[in-house]
Every structure is written in C-alpha cells, then in structure tokens.
Design a protein around this ligand. Sequence first.
Ligand code: FAD
Length: 120
Amino acid sequence: VLPARLFFEAVEQSSVAISITDTRANILYANPAFERVTGYGVAEVVGRNESILSDRHTPSLVYETLWGRLRQLKPWSGVLVNRRKDGSRYLAELNIAPVLDGQGQLSHYLGMHRDVTEMH
Ligand code: FAD
C-alpha cells in the first residue's frame, strides 16, 4: 500500500496546478504549481472561492454547463480564460472532478489546470 505521504509529495511536486475544494468551490488546498500559475499564494487562496480566477467575461452559460456536469457527479474539462492575481489573463486548460466519499456521496472537488496560453 502506498503511504499517504507519497500521495501528498506527488501532488505538491506536480507541475499541474492542483486544488481541492469543498462542494461550493471554496479552496481547501492548493499546490505550489497553483501558486506559480495563478500568482496567488496558498495561504491567501485557502478559504476563497475558485471564482477569484474568473475573468468576469466568461459567458455564464459556460459555468452553468460546468456546474450541470458536476451536479451529475461527472467531471468537466474545458478551456477557460482565467485571471491571475496581478490581473493578467491566461488560457487555462481545466479539469474538475467530483470526489466521492465511501458512500458515493459528493464530498469535495478536485481541480487541475495548466496555462496553455502559449499553445494557442
Ligand atoms: P457563480 O456564483 O459561481 O455561479 C455561476 C453559475 O454556476 C450559476 O449559474 C450558479 O448557479 C452555478 N453554481 C455556482 N456554484 C454552484 C454549486 N456549488 N452548485 C451548483 N451550481 C453552482 N472558475 C474559473 O473561472 N476558473 C477556474 O480555474 C475555476 N476552477 C474551478 C475549480 C474547481 C475545483 C471548482 C469546483 C470550480 C472552479 N471554477 C473555476 C468555477 C468557479 O467556482 C465559479 O463557479 C466560476 O468562476 C463562476 O463564478 P461566478 O462568481 O461568476 O459565478
């Protein structure tokens, strides 16, 4: 059995920006790559909503589709325009997956994203 420590170190050292939220998208954990990509320090994002990354011009239909998938306990993937702490924008290739507890009930969300601005 792999130790929990190894899972933690693997996530901490991932080059993908990884965050774990409660069921309302409030951030509980963010890894160092999340800091590098978004410009927000881990200490300042914990407790805030993922919507701090929204660039405020994304059509609400995009978010409704995203939440529609999550409500069905299905993952959502897509490319969003995100805004860093300094206000600059970047293209985020984002994957959000529901995390279920032992009873199959929604407990958290796992968010993973990369800055793909240079690829477009
Ligand atoms: P919101 O007030 O969040 O609402 C937008 C729409 O979504 C509304 O129709 C609302 O009814 C619906 N909605 C919101 N919360 C819920 C909920 N808990 N259950 C059901 N429906 C809901 N957004 C980004 O822009 N960039 C990101 O990188 C990003 N990463 C995310 C990562 C994770 C793990 C999760 C769970 C969400 C992420 N989001 C991200 C979505 C983010 O939480 C916001 O919903 C989004 O940014 C829109 O914010 P808003 O304040 O404009 O609208």
